[in-house]
Design a protein around this ligand. Structure first.
Ligand code: PLP
Length: 400
């Protein structure tokens, strides 16, 4: 069939497009290309049948796998020292897919308290509707993990450092308990990234990420990841991910894989800037206390030094002036931005009591450490002196 004999509609769709992959005359593209397509064409019925029989032999449909996703997944597995990885549409897509995979036969979960709010809601509201219960413990104390394990416990679910109080879990101790009791240990490594800590090296089974944050780094995408043993990843890929459908788009996979190329550089700078700004704030008269794992007054500073390679860009502080001082601070910033999320190149600040946690009753907020003067800062990649100066001018313009 020549192009000329085809109708306009057919020409508009097919003209100029390669029917084979041998049209490549320019060598290997230096940037992995975006395969922004939902499906893949086969030359013959036999080739198509083979791809269905053996998925490793070819791509069929992007919900099942796509070359751009796979470039990202190979990078993720290497960075987290895992056997294999899956990219997902969001951090919550990764959390839910990992939990559904590890809890395929039902069972009970032991999780740390103060989890990321949507994860807490999955464990506290969604899974109980399907008969899966969770016991929440203070996992900074390994004996509390041990005590909460039941005969039907299948999963130990952790975060470290936690949001927003930056508490740490002893990864090796937690992994040893999970191994001894036959549990799948899962950790959300969003705050630390593989440049801050590699949980799989300490014996944790599965790592999940919100790549919306440091991993992609520019605030341009919502994305997630799961890293672990090949068997677990294949089971997640062919089961919960494919069927529930939290699949990453090729474009978001491509943006994220570019973000990852600068993660080590960015994370080092985020961490250095955070230490600089935390030290500045600690000495400021308007500030009651500052938390960052690099500071010697962090209650788990020794553990941080033992298991972390860099301490990250998240700092939390308490203002002496309480809620009014917190609201004044976020209202008077000239450089930093009032925004949720974290891990962006830009410095982002939030005041939980007036925003993310405003619907939580005051007594529960206090009990869980979300005090009225608490401010969380995701330190960006600006010059540290400029970030400190912006915070300083906003703090100093406050009069009670
Ligand atoms: C943001 C975040 C999530 C959720 O990720 P999304 O990409 O928004 O779905 C999960 N865990 C942690 C620790 C997060 O910060």
């Amino acid at each position: 069939m020549t192009q000329k004999s085809l109708g306009k509609a057919t020409q508009a769709i097919h003209a100029g497009e390669a029917r084979t992959s041998s049209a490549d005359k320019t060598g290997v593209p230096l940037l992995p290309p975006i395969y922004q397509n939902s499906t893949f064409r086969f030359a013959t019925a036999a080739e198509c049948a083979e791809a269905f029989r053996d998925e490793e032999s070819g791509y069929v449909y992007t919900r099942w796998g796509n070359p751009t996703q796979e470039v990202l997944e190979q990078k993720l597995a290497v960075l987290e020292a895992g056997e294999a990885a899956l990219a997902t549409a969001s951090g919550m897509g990764a959390v839910s897919t990992a939990l559904l995979t590890a809890l395929a036969d039902g069972g009970h979960v032991v999780a740390m308290e103060n989890l990321y709010s949507a994860t807490f809601q999955i464990l506290n509201e969604e899974l109980p509707r399907f008969g899966i219960e969770t016991t929440f413990v203070d996992a900074t104390d390994p004996t509390q993990i041990e005590r909460a394990i039941r005969v039907d416990t299948k999963v130990l679910y952790l975060e470290s450092p936690t949001n927003p109080l930056l508490k740490l879990v002893d990864l090796q101790a937690a992994a040893e308990i999970a191994k001894a009791r036959g549990l799948t240990s899962i950790i959300d490594n969003t705050f630390a990234t593989p440049c801050g800590q590699q949980p799989i090296i300490f014996g944790i089974d599965v790592v999940v990420h919100s790549m919306t944050k440091y991993m992609s780094g520019s605030g341009a995408v919502i994305a997630g990841a799961i890293i672990g043993k090949k068997e677990f990843i294949v089971s997640a890929k062919e089961g919960a991910l494919r069927n529930f459908g939290a699949v990453i788009s090729p474009f978001n996979a491509w943006l994220t894989l570019h973000g990852l190329t600068t993660l080590p550089l960015r994370f080092t700078r985020h961490s250095e800037n955070a230490t600089h700004v935390a030290t500045f704030l600690e000495a400021h008269p308007a500030v009651a206390w500052v938390r960052h794992p690099s500071l010697t007054n962090h209650p788990q500073h020794e553990l941080a030094k033992r298991q972390m390679d860099a301490f990250g860009g998240m700092i939390t502080l308490e203002l002496k002036g309480g809620r009014a001082a917190g609201e004044h601070l976020v209202d008077h910033l000239q450089l930093c931005s009032l925004a949720v999320s974290l891990g962006d190149v830009r410095t982002l600040i939030c005041h939980p009591a007036s925003t993310t946690h405003s619907h939580v009753p005051a007594d529960i907020r206090r009990r869980t450490g979300i005090t009225d003067g608490l401010v969380r800062i995701s330190i960006g990649l600006e010059d540290a002196e400029d970030i400190a100066a912006d915070l300083g001018q906003a703090l100093e313009s406050y009069t009670p």
